[in-house]
Design a protein around this ligand. Structure first.
Ligand code: FAD
Ligand code: DHB
Length: 402
């Protein structure tokens, strides 16, 4: 079998890339290790930057997103028992964020691809990438019990942090940067009307909490916990009590309702450089991870594949490799901006397990400064809505294609 672009992974990065390439007349085959049902119900991100929305709409995957996505112009920042508002749009010349679940994006993209009859194979096994340094890279895998081989012009490794594509880059070529955090998030999806109009990040003596939402009827809530916390220690009643203890401010009552899903996620920062080796291009979580506090992971994945699709289309049209050659450096500029922002938000908002009183004073001082100083608030807002990331792409010193 042959295709132009072999895409490993049907998460947001792989599915969006396939859709963007299709619009440019470039063929691809998408290979996914899990079942359709599994990937459509993996509950994760929910905050989309405007640039992410623009890419999805431009790719023809914006119909439901435009109808059901909820536009927010600010976020809450709560500390010392008081809630403050960071007016994102006012501070960034009108930029906003859109609340729309990652699961919904994935469902929309899968439906579009399957309706078009384009190849997307679920439950493939033993995926391996070969000969990426040659002109004829190959992907081997097993599908429905039969071994398969896919010859490609290029391979896109969109297979997430635990995928196999990154391993195809020789250790001597790859530089990896790490940071582990002593925090986890217990994430909860509840059929309860959100009483908070906007996403609220809370720094409290009992640990971090986050109020988010998915719709006027569904709340998405997070509690700081240990990275190895057993979710079995958290019956629904304990979750509600702990949330109330952390998020209560005068005049605010949390609405309770049936909990549909709960799970614990650990936190790390990770970057692999370069994001390209020969004819293999990494995108999204396969190349970088951020702790979720800045809501950047999904947005970075979509930003990577937006650049990659343009570069591949340019190469296919005229054989020009300049954009492909610039791909890794261009992505990494934005990735490092998001790494810094996510690390900063994480450090400012979580309660370290053995909190040093000096560190706690620094946190409170930083939080007060953010809500008192317009320059500080603007910096947070620019990063949160993604304009700082977009600017990093064209900043002085950023390598742009000739
Ligand atoms: P993934 O979504 O990990 O997709 C990779 C795909 O590859 C998967 O379907 C996987 O099954 C498949 N795969 C793996 N190995 C193989 C293989 N060997 N062969 C074939 N397929 C394979 N980001 C935000 O921007 N905003 C947020 O608000 C936000 N909140 C988050 C909250 C939580 C609790 C978590 C866990 C993450 C959050 N993120 C957020 C991060 C975001 O979910 C990820 O960055 C995003 O999923 C990355 O997309 P991806 O396509 O690169 O990788
Ligand atoms: C959500 C997730 C995040 O990581 C975040 O920073 C804000 C909101 C969410 O799932 O809604």
């Amino acid at each position: 079998m042959r295709t132009q672009v072999g895409i490993v992974g049907a998460g947001p990065a792989g599915l969006t890339l396939a859709q963007l390439l299709r619009a440019e007349g470039v063929e691809s085959v998408v290979l996914e290790a899990r079942s359709r049902d599994y990937v459509e119900h993996r509950i994760r991100a929910g905050v989309l930057e405007q640039g992410t929305v623009d890419t999805l709409v431009g790719a023809g995957a914006g119909e439901r997103l435009r109808r059901e996505g909820i536009v927010h112009h600010g976020i809450g920042l709560q500390f010392g028992g008081e809630r403050h508002r960071v007016p994102l749009s006012q501070l960034t010349g009108g930029a906003a964020i859109v609340i729309y679940g990652q699961t919904e994006i994935v469902k929309d993209l899968i439906a579009i691809r399957l309706d078009a009859g384009d190849p997307l194979h679920f439950e493939v096994e033993d995926v391996a990438v070969h000969d990426v340094e040659s002109d004829r890279p190959r992907i081997t895998y097993v599908h429905e019990g039969r071994p398969q081989e896919l010859e490609c012009d290029l391979v896109a490794g969109c297979d997430g942090f635990h995928g196999v594509c990154r391993e195809a880059i020789p250790a001597a070529v790859l530089t990896e940067f790490w940071r582990e955090y002593p925090y986890g998030w217990l994430g909860v999806l509840a059929h309860a009307a959100p009483a908070h109009g906007e996403v609220v990040y809370c720094n409290t003596e009992r640990g971090f909490a986050l109020l988010s939402l998915r719709s006027p009827e569904v709340s998405r809530l997070y509690l700081q916990c240990r990275p190895d916390e057993d979710v079995g220690e958290w019956p629904d009643e304990r979750i509600w009590e702990e949330l109330e203890a952390r998020v209560a401010v005068p005049g605010y009552t949390l609405n309770r309702g049936p909990i549909a899903e709960k799970g614990v996620t650990g936190m790390r920062s990770y970057v692999a450089e370069p994001m390209r080796h020969g004819r293999l291009f990494l995108a999204g979580d396969a190349a970088h991870i951020v702790p979720p506090t800045g809501a950047k992971g999904l947005n970075l994945a979509i930003s990577d594949v937006t650049l990659l699709a343009e570069a591949i289309a340019d190469w296919h049209r005229g054989g020009k490799a300049a954009l492909l050659d610039a791909y890794s450096d261009a992505c990494l500029r934005r990735v490092w901006r998001a790494e810094h922002f996510s690390w900063w938000m994480t450090s400012m908002l979580h309660r370290p397990p053995d909190a040093d009183p000096f560190d706690l004073q620094l946190q409170q001082s930083q939080l007060r400064y953010v809500v008192q100083s317009e320059a500080q608030a603007r910096s947070l807002a620019e990063n949160y809505v993604g304009v700082a990331g977009a600017a990093a792409l064209t900043a002085p010193g950023a390598r742009t294609p000739a």
